[in-house]
Design a protein around this ligand. Structure first.
Ligand SMILES: NC(=O)c1ccc[n+]([C@@H]2O[C@H](COP(=O)([O-])OP(=O)(O)OC[C@H]3O[C@@H](n4cnc5c(N)ncnc54)[C@H](OP(=O)(O)O)[C@@H]3O)[C@@H](O)[C@H]2O)c1
Length: 239
């Protein structure tokens, strides 16, 4: 690692990915009809994690496919955030390389904290205008693909994001794993099988091709609560 990379790394946020998956490693059914299947405890766990983060990030389809606002949730979690030394409401970051977002999505009905959209040069000028009317800031970072390393430094520098929680989906996670930007993976393993070759998994997209390239992780914690397993993996290599 050269000195430039070291300086850049110190400007990156700490990044956590949180996902619920079935026992066969799926995060939704093959037809995408079901993507929320954890227990109420899993949902509480998600809100507890959000209460540790300056910003929460998800991909556009995740955001506009359900009644999701990426906010902190009920008052007790806002109090927890304040106790953790954070603002009462987290920033919300939406990722869409193509800028395709439903303007009527639930998230835009809740203005409690800034909404930032990350996109690429693939988004047309007309669409950019539409997104700028919806969000507090639209950041174009990359021609075809988002340069997440650069944009994460920007999030930390401009918006003060020191801790970023990513909530998928699989394509977004894969891009972050490949860029070596994920510090912790929080997995809820739910006792179900979805099956289906086309059902999305934790990390879809391009993936790694060789064993030597695979991202090594260490188990940080592993516990059973009710009928689910809550596991936390952390990175072993420096980014
Ligand atoms: N069980 C869970 O915990 C969980 C959590 C989240 C989502 N899900 C489910 O998983 C399924 C898949 O999720 P999804 O389709 O929302 O997400 P996804 O698989 O992450 O979507 C991939 C998209 O993210 C954008 N993207 C990723 N990397 C990029 C890069 N480097 N540059 C630019 N854009 C990039 C692209 O958007 P564009 O197409 O706009 O270019 C790409 O098409 C859904 O059914 C969802 O509901 C489950």
């Amino acid at each position: 690692m050269n000195s430039n990379q070291k300086t850049q790394n110190s400007k990156l946020p700490f990044v956590l990915v949180n996902m619920a998956m079935t026992a066969d490693g799926k995060i939704a059914t093959a037809n995408r009809a079901v993507s929320s299947f954890g227990s109420t405890h899993d949902h509480e766990h998600l809100l507890e994690l959000r209460a540790t983060a300056d910003a929460v990030m998800a991909r556009a389809r995740t955001v506009d496919s359900a009644a999701i606002n990426l906010g902190p949730g009920p008052a007790k979690f806002r109090r927890l955030r304040l106790k953790n030394g954070l603002a009462g409401y987290n920033l919300r970051v939406i990722v869409s390389g193509s800028g395709s977002l439903n303007p009527a999505a639930e998230i835009f009905q809740h203005r409690f904290s800034p909404i930032i959209i990350l996109t690429t040069g693939r988004t047309s000028k007309a669409r950019l205008r539409q997104l700028r009317a919806l969000a507090d800031e639209v950041k174009v970072c990359g021609r075809q693909e988002i340069n997440f390393r650069e944009v994460f430094c920007w999030l930390r520098g401009k918006w003060g994001v020191k801790r970023l929680l990513v909530e998928g989906g699989g394509g977004l996670n894969d891009a972050l794993f490949r860029a070596g930007l994920v510090d912790e993976l929080h997995l809820t393993i739910c006792p179900k099988i979805f099956g289906g070759r086309n059902a999305p998994a934790i990390a879809d997209g391009r993936g790694f091709r060789r064993l030597a390239e695979a991202l090594p992780l260490q188990i940080k914690s592993f516990k059973r609560i009710g009928n689910e397993v809550f596991a936390v993996f952390r990175r072993v290599t420096r980014r």
